[in-house]
Design a protein around this ligand. Structure first.
Ligand code: MG
Length: 124
């Protein structure tokens, strides 16, 4: 499968959305993004066994729900004219500078992540 840049993904989403009548209002897009993020949490609850599906209820698929949430956030960014790649790189620099003395590799205060699947640094 082709690897896409964030700019290419923004363009793909824009082309698809414009071809389907355009973007929803910003507030509606954000509510939709929130709903999709909640579906990720719900999928995790099913995965852990904390929740059991209701009869006939479809269990959310985490990768698809992540894609739903990202799609909504890309729509919001596109509507606002935000270059997500540029914003992410700028934010990465801000986090690196802000946290340069905050965490060390041996720092036990840093949140520990189980499987490394998240790949995150615990920040947003
Ligand atoms: Mg969904």
């Amino acid at each position: 499968m082709k690897k896409y840049t964030l700019a290419e993904l923004q363009k793909l989403v824009d082309d698809q959305t414009q071809g389907r009548g355009g973007y929803w209002p910003e507030e509606m897009i954000l509510r939709h993004a929130h709903k999709e993020l909640s579906e990720i949490g719900e999928a995790m609850d099913f995965e852990s066994g904390a929740l059991k599906p209701k009869p006939g209820q479809k269990i959310p698929n985490i990768p698809y729900e992540l894609a739903d949430a990202l799609y909504a956030l890309i729509c919001f960014a596109n509507r606002r004219g935000v270059d997500l790649a540029q914003a992410l790189i700028e934010k990465k620099g801000i986090i690196e500078e802000r946290d340069k003395d905050r965490f060390k590799k041996s720092d036990k205060s840093k949140p520990q992540y189980g499987s490394g699947r998240d790949g995150g640094d615990g920040d947003e």
